[in-house]
Design a binder for this molecule. Sequence first.
Ligand code: PLP
Length: 416
Amino acid sequence: MESINLQLIPHNMEDCIYLDHAASTPCLPEVVDAMMPFFTQYPGNPGSVVHGAGKFAARAVKDSRETIASVLAAAPHEIFFTSGATEAINMAIKGIALSAGKGHLITCATEHSAVLQSCRSLESRGFRLTVMPVDENGSITPNLLEASIAKDTLLVAIMHANNETGVIHNLQPIGEICNRYGIPFVCDATQTIGKTPFLPSDFGIDCCCFAAHKFYGPKGIGALYFNTSGRVTRLLPQIEGGAQESGLRSGTLHVAGIVGMATALSTIENQAGSFRLFLENCAYFENRLTAMQGIILNGSSVLRVPGITSASFRFLEGGPLLASLNTKLCVTGGSSCSSGSGKPSHVLTAMGHGPQQAMSGIRFSPGLHTSRADIERALSHIEQCVAQLREESQTWKMFQKGSIKPVPSWFHPLDV
Ligand code: PLP
């Protein structure tokens, strides 16, 4: 078998400014230190509690579960470990729906593909699906949600912060509607947990999904918060086997990952100083970016999570823009999953953008360790790329000469 030669991939992190923290973050040193012994020194399987090594691993899992639960103001038995947010989402949505056997599901057009595809897969198996529209800011209208509820609605799956735009859904009215009608509320909080305080019980959430690699923990580990004394009486397990995680998710637990996730969450919680700097840097970046000509900040008039800035560039094509930006940066067009698909972003399309604007949406995602100097370098590179590409754009020249009206916002279908 051929070995992988990473040298073949042009990827010098010293020369490149990483602005893709919404896709994944580096592990904090504390996280790596906490995990390392579980790779090299402690081989125990937490299921093998008949000997010391197994008991030690089980203890590490128990402590980590307690730490995560306490950050979320949940009980430890309400935290179920998974391989990431995608699995937790599938576990919740399919688990609820398939326990019922048939019925109606409600979700929203701007959800992550893990939610949309889980729902569509159920739709292909006979479940009815309502996909809620959003307005130009990416927000849903609670009255529309209420009007969509049917007698057999099994769940409402609405995310907290959107992964492409950072737009935060106001979950209060959604939780209240779910509560009023007794419908389980599933929430994908992958872009929120670890970035801003979030307690699922504040919104009456029954199932909440998240992943460690979004908050400076390792990849390959996530969790489902499942309010076991709430409206969901049963989740049909999607992975069967040795009945780990109370039978809900079989398979040997990723002990190092679990320890890493708990360490990341508790460390991040206590980093108020670097978080303040991060917020200042994000605001500075956004202010400077939006001061550039012909740039539209998506979801600009609603609450957004820090660290996600989605901007569309008028009169520029997404592909060449992304390629040009990524000679010195690491950014994506929309989500990391759809980046490179050549399709317009489903999120920006749902917000009413025309194809050009939905294709030229770029997600800039600074992180805790992005310095002001990185931001300055990134901004000057963005300015250069945009100026160069616009130099070649006929529509931009017409716009500048006044032959194209300066339509104010997102609404204009083809941006000309
Ligand atoms: N949900 C949201 C909002 C996300 O941003 C992501 C990852 O990008 C996921 C779900 C899926 O997470 P994972 O890749 O860890 O399964």
